[in-house]
Design a protein around this ligand. Structure first.
Ligand SMILES: [Zn+2]
Length: 251
């Protein structure tokens, strides 16, 4: 099953979606068969009508570094983690047939599409990347490198852990940081615990960057509630799958 955004689904030449596959980083730990992971990835890309060889995987270190990609990045990390693009959590390209991939479980995948300049970007935003404003930084970088006007952008925050399932009650420093940066609207009390709305934080970053509110779509799928979706919070080290989020342009 491929999960898609309404706002991006109608765009000709734009490929995007999120699908669940066997996970990569846990494979070695659990002695799983890595070939099965690659086969699973290939199946998902087939479903989207693209080739795994045209995809780019990144390492994802919960940072805020963005990288601009060309055609030569294709194939990075598709069959083993060693060749993933190192130390980045966001990618952008204006090249057709370069499909960006972000792995996620509870983190927020942010899909960005600039129809005027024909540019796509994909952001992996966990709490750490979110407080480091990675979505905002990615849009600034798109403006610098591709002359993107943020008001032209379409943005979609995909499946991620929902507010009701994400307690940060134990972490006073994190509460303080989010309160200071995003205000009270991203925090709420659920079952007498303080919860964080990570997707809302990313919406605020997108709006701050200049994306029109009506051009932002938020998935309401919660990875923690939906048993078909992988969740780090729910499964901890038992987790054996990941969501792959994909975006790219056809010629
Ligand atoms: Zn939930």
């Amino acid at each position: 099953m491929i999960i898609q955004s309404d706002i991006l689904a109608g765009v000709p030449n734009l490929i995007h979606g999120s699908g669940v596959v066997k996970a990569c980083p846990l494979v070695f730990k659990y002695g799983d068969d890595f070939d099965a992971v690659v086969a699973h990835r290939r199946e998902l890309m087939n479903e989207l009508g693209i080739r795994l060889e045209d995809c780019v995987f990144m390492e994802q270190v919960h940072g805020a570094r963005v990288r601009r990609l060309g055609k030569n990045a294709r194939g990075s990390g598709i069959e083993e983690p060693d060749s993933e693009l190192k130390a980045i959590d966001a990618m952008m390209t204006d090249e057709p047939n370069v499909f960006l991939v972000a792995k996620s479980a509870d983190c927020v995948p942010v899909f960005l599409y600039d129809p005027k300049q024909s540019v796509v970007a994909l952001v992996h935003a966990g709490w750490s990347g979110t407080i480091q404003e990675i979505a905002l930084k990615t849009i600034r970088r798109m403006s610098r490198d591709y002359k993107t006007n943020p008001a032209d952008l379409f943005a979609y925050c995909g499946p991620a852990i929902g507010r009701r399932c994400y307690s940060i009650d134990h972490d006073l420093e994190r509460i303080r940081q989010f309160q200071q940066r995003f205000g009270e609207s991203v925090l709420s009390i659920e079952h007498e615990q303080l919860h964080l709305d990570l997707r809302r934080c990313n919406r605020l970053l997108l709006e701050e960057a200049g994306v029109e509110p009506e051009s932002i779509e938020m998935s309401d799928l919660c990875t923690h509630c939906d048993e078909h979706l992988p969740s780090y919070q729910r499964e901890k080290r038992e987790r054996r799958t990941a969501i792959l989020n994909i975006i790219g342009l056809r010629p």
